[in-house]
Design a protein around this ligand. Structure first.
Ligand code: SF4
Ligand code: SF4
Length: 500
């Protein structure tokens, strides 16, 4: 029986609480109300992390947990990169438990595994997985799980390893064909499944006419139909809904609880049979083309990413310019979901046509690849472009001390890429972050300092690695420019993020 078998089928995601910043008290209060309403309604799986909702999700949970006796199972997370060792994982878990005011958690999640190779690093002796096993032995966590943004074939291998009791994956009608082997493997190996992004990362509500084919005559909306479609899969135990308001929570609850006129099996079969015809020019992820390319281009992954251009792009990362957003959505899928960061912007396709002859949707794959690589070039989304960016920032500058702002993945990546391209940095690297909860913590070996320490630590330059808050941070740091600190934006106006 799955570890999630006794959980309510709707889980509460905590990454979309209506909190604008760590000092947004009103946002915190509203979010506490959402958690309490969810628990009162029977929701009992809570997906939390230390970075969610401006780093305040676990503070919200602490307040909510104090006000209820309702049962719940909450996650704690540790991500490879920020954490590497067994001790790192323990420190990270203790930090989160303390923030939530609890002494144990139901689920340890090895967060966002990107590839099978990363799984192997996590499970090395003395690594994160060892830390989780010790925490479980001590009764601090109940179950060891993982979440993944890896290729489906890699997720299947991780499931088959037998290391984990539960998995969280992205799942919606948009990627359901490609995720079929993952669900099959989960059933076969008795691994519980929770799914995030059941609304395709916002694409389904934003394009509800396009997705109207998901609905039966009694479904209130495409959103309800998509939530019910995910819940209808026998392998899926929990559908996560990231709620920004009580109304959103109630709407998701009514989809899961309300009268469902169609048995699960019939719903899944009906939608599956219509995916191909209802979404023309859409790569279904069927993989018939997968092994046809003499240049080893991962065509299904490129074409599923290209699907993103079929929709009105939703705002992401504080950006609103439509063409940039299209590129962000496309490349987010390619790099984040499929782990395919191109080496450079040269399209390797030789237009032999083998893939197009096999394509079940008769897609113009060669033209699509041309378009994708043009976008890769425009947005600096390749290893070669990142190397050029580092050279431009550092060349001819004798920086002795560089500040990276804020802490987290993009700053870690800056240092890791420097090591990969040019060797160990000759400058001293520091991290700054405005979140007071992170001051004094270590992020990938770098101590995190408060912005008020900038004058005292006197870096020669500060590089803004945040994509979402570039302008706000730039304005906040302007006063240090007057004190001789060079303030550098990592991203140009057409660029997409380095880390997603
Ligand atoms: S047309 Fe291009 S992508 Fe398709 S198989 Fe040939 S080289 Fe590969
Ligand atoms: S055959 Fe066509 S529809 Fe199927 S994965 Fe390949 S590109 Fe996509």
């Amino acid at each position: 029986m799955s570890i999630y078998a006794n959980y309510f089928p709707l889980g509460l995601g905590t990454c979309r609480f209506p909190i604008s910043a760590s000092d947004d008290e009103e946002g915190v209060e509203k979010s506490v109300e959402i958690v309490l309403r969810a628990l009162e309604s029977g929701v009992n799986y809570i997906d939390a992390s230390y970075t969610y909702s401006s780093g305040m999700a676990q503070t919200v949970l602490r307040s909510a947990f104090k006000q209820t006796v309702r049962p719940y199972g909450v996650t704690v997370k540790s991500q490879y990169g920020q954490d590497k060792t067994s001790d790192d994982a323990r420190t990270r878990v203790e930090y989160q438990l303390e923030k939530m005011g609890v002494d144990r958690a139901a689920f340890f999640v090895s967060w966002s595994i990107m590839s099978y190779e990363e799984f192997e690093k996590i499970t090395q002796k003395g690594g994160i997985y060892d830390g989780a096993v010790k925490l479980k032995d001590e009764g601090i966590i109940d179950h060891i799980c993982f979440s993944a943004h890896a290729a489906p074939s890699d997720i299947v291998r991780v499931i088959e390893s037998g290391a984990f009791e539960g998995v969280t994956i992205s799942y919606s009608p948009i990627n359901s064909a490609g995720m079929r082997p993952v669900l099959d493997a989960a059933i076969k190996h008795g691994v519980g499944v929770a799914v995030m992004n059941p609304l395709g990362g916002g694409l389904i509500p934003q394009n509800s006419d396009y997705f109207s084919f998901l609905r039966n005559e009694r479904d209130k909306s495409a959103v309800h139909a998509a939530l019910r479609y995910a819940a209808a899969q026998p392998a899926i135990n929990i559908v996560l809904s990231g709620c920004a308001s009580i109304e959103q929570l109630e709407d998701s609850l009514s989809a899961i609880r309300g009268e469902n006129a169609e048995p699960d099996e019939e719903r899944a079969a009906r939608v599956n049979s219509r995916l191909k015809s209802a979404m023309p020019s859409f790569c279904t992820g069927c993989r018939y083309c997968a092994d046809s390319c003499p240049k080893n281009i991962p065509i299904p992954e490129f074409m599923q990413s290209y699907n993103m251009l079929r929709f009105e792009p939703s705002s992401l990362y504080n950006r609103n310019e439509p063409e940039l957003l299209k590129n962000v959505h496309l490349l987010r899928k390619l790099v984040f979901d499929f782990q395919l960061l191109p080496e450079n912007a040269m399209n390797p396709c030789i237009r032999c046509g083998q893939c197009e002859r096999k394509c079940t949707q008769k897609l113009s794959i060669c033209d699509a690849l041309d378009d994708i690589y043009n976008r890769i070039k425009l947005t600096g989304c390749s290893k070669e472009a990142m190397k050029a960016c580092l050279e431009e920032i550092l060349d001819g500058k004798a920086y002795k001390k560089i500040g990276l702002y804020p802490s987290g993945k993009p700053s870690n990546m800056f240092i890791e890429l420097h090591r990969e391209f040019f060797g160990e940095p000759r400058f001293e690297a520091l991290c700054f972050d405005s979140n007071p909860l992170l001051t004094g913590t270590i992020s990938s070996g770098l101590a995190v300092h408060a912005p008020s320490d900038i004058a005292k630590l006197a870096p020669d330059a500060i590089i803004i690695t945040s994509y979402t808050h570039t302008e706000a941070i730039y304005n906040a740091l302007a006063k240090y420019h007057e004190q001789g600190v060079e303030i550098i934006k990592l991203y140009g106006e057409n660029d997409v993020p380095w880390a997603w």
